[in-house]
Design a protein. Structure first.
Length: 165
């Protein structure tokens, strides 16, 4: 009986990513009573608040709700990849398997990175940190990380299959 020596895609970090978002919400709940009214809801490129809203639960926690929605959607996409690949396999199941594995690895790494970014941006906003250095480095790091993941996945899928031995 032949076994596949390649490792299975690592488990997604969905649960820890959601736990991080929930922990960030708990910190927000603790900080909520002391937050200024109005609260900043948008920052310009220099990291300075440029839009405000009255202090309310939606104004304070909507970025985390959006973050949870993004993480949840990516988790659904992670689960749907095999079915999507099966439809587009076009007679090459080995290639479809390779593409699914690469796609799942990208999503498994991207999910926690996005949760960290959403949590970071919420915490810095709630604590009143106003600087371009609180916004741009994590965003640029996430973009570079995502680009690296995609390039790595494309290279993995582009490698010609090994011939019979």
């Amino acid at each position: 009986m032949e076994t596949d020596p390649s490792p299975t895609p690592r488990r997604t970090w969905f649960a820890p990513a959601m736990a991080l978002l929930l922990a960030t919400a708990a910190v927000g709940a603790v900080l909520y009573p002391g937050m200024a009214d109005p609260v900043p809801v948008h920052w310009n490129g220099a990291g300075e608040p440029d839009r405000f809203a009255g202090k309310s639960l939606p104004a304070v926690f909507s970025p985390l709700i959006i973050g949870a929605g993004v993480v949840g959607f990516l988790r659904l996409l992670h689960g749907a990849l095999p079915a999507m690949a099966a439809k587009g396999a076009q007679g090459d199941p080995a290639r479809a398997e390779l593409e699914v594995r690469a796609g799942k690895e990208v999503l498994a790494a991207l999910i926690p990175a996005l949760a960290v970014l959403f949590s970071w941006l919420c915490l810095t906003g709630w604590l009143g940190f106003t600087s371009a250095w609180t916004i741009w480095p994590p965003v640029v790091l996430l973009l570079v990380f995502a680009l690296w993941l995609v390039v790595r996945a494309v290279r993995t899928v582009s490698v010609p299959p090994a011939g019979p031995r």
